[in-house]
Design a protein around this ligand. Structure first.
Ligand code: PAF
Length: 280
C-alpha cells in the first residue's frame, strides 16, 4: 500500500493534486472517522485512480448554540484509517486556510435547503454549500462521495454542483449502521450507555414505518405518526421533526406514490441525531 500524504495549505494541496492520476475521487469529511466515512473512501478507491480525502470541522455550518467547540477530533487515528483505506492524499486545512481574513463570499441553495435540516439549523446549508464549493474548487475531483445518512445534504450538494457547473459526479453511498441499526455518526460518541441503547428507537421507528408502507400504507401522515409514536414511547428521546417528503423536491407528501424520503431529527439526551429511509 502506498503511503498517505498529508497536506495543509492550498499550495501544497494543489501541487500534490497535480501529481495524482485521473480520475480523482474525493471524500470530504469533518474527521473523527467511522465505518461510514471509510466505506466512502473504499468506494472511491475502487472507482478512481487517485483518492483525496479532506478533514475539516467547518465552523460555518454550525449554529451559535451547536457543538462546534466539542465536536470530536482525533487526527492521528483519522489519518491511519485513511491510509488503511488506500487514500492517496489527505488535506487538513485550518480555518484560516478556508476562511482567510476578509472572507465574504457564500453559496446558498434556495428550495432544497429550506425545509427539514435547513428549517431547524438556519445557515447550516449555506455553510455546507460554501465549504464544499471551496473544497471542490481546490481538489478538482472527477467524483465526490457522500453518505445517504445526510440525504438532504446530498440533495443540496448535487443541486449546487449542477447549478455551478462543477464537472463532478456526485456519488451517494448507503448509510452504514451498527449491528442494532443505529446509523454511524461521529456524534454517537456523545451518547451515554443508556442513551446509546435508547437511540436504537430511531432505526426501529423507521423500520416500522417502512413495514407499514411495504404493507400498503400510502398515507404520509400515518407513516409520520408511526415514527413519532414510537419515538414518543422512548423516555430518553425527543422528536424534533419527522418528514415524509418527495425524494426529489423534499416537499411534504400527503400520499406516497413514488420515491419518498422518510427522515427525522431526534434528541437523545442532549445529542441531536438524524436518520432516514427511502420508501417506494
Ligand atoms: O458531511 C459532512 O461531514 C460535512 O457536512 C461536509 C460535507 C464534510 C462539509 O463540511
Amino acid at each position: 500500500m502506498a503511503a498517505l500524504r498529508t497536506v495543509t495549505t492550498l499550495q501544497e494541496l494543489r501541487q500534490a493534486r497535480e501529481a495524482l492520476p485521473a480520475p480523482v475521487g474525493f471524500v470530504p469529511t469533518m474527521g473523527y472517522l467511522h465505518e461510514g466515512h471509510i466505506s466512502l473512501a473504499r468506494r472511491a478507491r475502487q472507482e478512481c485512480a487517485g483518492v483525496v480525502a479532506s478533514i475539516f470541522v467547518n465552523p460555518a455550518q454550525f449554529g451559535p448554540n451547536e457543538d462546534l467547540a466539542k465536536y470530536p477530533r482525533d487526527l492521528p487515528r483519522d489519518l491511519s484509517l485513511l491510509e488503511a483505506a488506500g487514500v492517496d492524499l489527505a488535506w487538513t486545512p485550518t480555518p484560516e486556510v478556508m476562511y482567510p481574513p476578509g472572507f465574504q463570499t457564500w453559496v446558498t441553495v434556495d428550495g432544497l435547503a429550506a425545509p427539514l435540516e435547513g428549517a431547524q439549523r438556519p445557515g447550516h446549508f449555506r455553510g455546507v454549500a460554501t465549504v464544499v464549493a471551496k473544497l471542490f474548487n481546490a481538489v478538482a475531483p472527477q467524483k465526490a462521495y457522500f453518505g445517504q445518512k445526510d440525504a438532504q445534504q446530498a440533495a443540496v450538494i448535487r443541486r449546487m454542483t449542477g447549478d455551478l457547473d462543477f464537472p463532478i459526479e456526485i456519488v451517494v453511498c448507503p448509510t452504514v449502521r451498527e449491528a442494532d441499526g443505529l446509523a454511524m455518526s461521529s456524534r454517537n460518541s456523545y451518547l451515554s450507555p443508556d442513551e446509546r441503547q435508547a437511540a436504537t428507537v430511531i432505526f426501529r421507528a423507521l423500520s416500522a414505518a417502512k413495514a407499514a408502507c411495504d404493507n400498503g400504507e400510502r398515507d404520509a401522515e400515518t407513516l409520520r405518526r408511526v415514527v413519532s409514536g414510537m419515538i414518543e414511547g422512548e423516555p430518553l428521546a425527543r422528536m424534533q421533526y419527522v418528514s415524509c417528503a418527495d425524494y426529489d423536491t423534499l416537499e411534504e407528501l400527503q400520499t406516497v406514490t413514488g420515491k419518498a424520503l422518510l427522515s427525522m431529527a431526534v434528541f437523545v439526551g442532549k445529542t441531536r441525531l438524524i436518520d432516514n429511509f427511502v420508501l417506494g
